[in-house]
Ligand binder design. Structure first.
Ligand SMILES: [Zn+2]
Length: 252
């Protein structure tokens, strides 16, 4: 499935460097920090021209969709909408950097067969379809994007859950959590969490797999940020940098 292309790795790094520059205007201080610390160089990244192509495809999963809006803010912002937009942004960034991607959904829909007997099973069929997309993708790195909510308004901040079945999952989760703290939320004290069987996809998938609760729609300040395209871009960019860093490390 992966074509041999010796220039691929170099292309990925070049794309990453270009993107960091391209998003500097959007991200201001964030990109400034990145330019000094997070951009792989040929000195130690492992992503040099002589290497085999990266055996990865990033599967980007925008949670919920269609009749399942997920959680929502007091102002009526639905989780499914924010999930999909951040997923699309991340997809664009990764593709621009030369990283193969697959999105589980690109529209406002749940994934189930309209011709099948789906009554009462829509959500389960949808999750099974997402699982199947990841399982069919060779070298999948599965990234599920969600928003959080809690009855008490005070809770905020990104948190990453990881699949217990693949050792890379925990490392990737830790990279996303750490990059979020470093680049976007310096006061974020949250720790990554191993997923239990209550998170179907992370429980069933055996590829590197994480689920990112990007923020709390139940927190009015965080919900207001999540309303803006700028903040969504920043979140997508943090995820992008973390994925690039992870791929670079595991391809070394
Ligand atoms: Zn969700």
């Amino acid at each position: 499935m992966f074509k041999k292309n010796p220039s691929f790795s170099l292309h990925a790094v070049a794309g990453f460097v270009l993107l960091c520059g391209a998003f500097a205007a959007i991200l201001g201080g964030i990109a400034g920090e990145l330019s000094s610390t997070a951009i792989p160089t040929d000195g130690g990244s492992g992503l040099d021209a002589g290497k085999e192509p990266l055996p990865y495809t990033v599967v980007i999963d925008a949670g919920h969709g269609g009749e399942d809006g997920g959680t929502q803010s007091a102002a009526g912002l639905e989780e499914k909408t924010v999930n999909l937009e951040i997923a699309r942004m991340l997809d664009t960034m990764l593709r621009t950097a030369g990283i193969p991607t697959v999105m589980t959904r690109t529209e406002d829909i749940l994934l189930y067969d309209r011709n099948a007997n789906y009554k009462g099973h829509k959500k389960m069929l949808d999750l099974a379809a997402r699982r199947q997309i990841a399982e069919k993708t060779e070298g999948a790195i599965f990234i599920s994007i969600h928003m959080n909510a809690f009855p008490e308004e005070k809770y905020r901040g990104l948190q990453v859950f990881y699949s217990p079945h693949d050792t890379q999952s925990q490392a990737l989760a830790q990279t996303v959590q750490a990059e979020t703290k470093r680049l976007l939320q310096p006061d974020n004290q949250r720790k990554i969490k191993k997923a239990t069987s209550s998170i179907y996809l992370l429980d069933r998938l055996h590829c590197p797999a994480i689920l990112i609760e990007c923020g709390f729609l139940s927190n009015s300040k965080e919900a207001a940020l999540l309303e803006t395209e700028e903040y969504r871009q920043q979140l997508a960019f943090v995820l992008f940098c973390a994925v690039m860093s992870h791929i670079s490390e595991y391809n070394a």
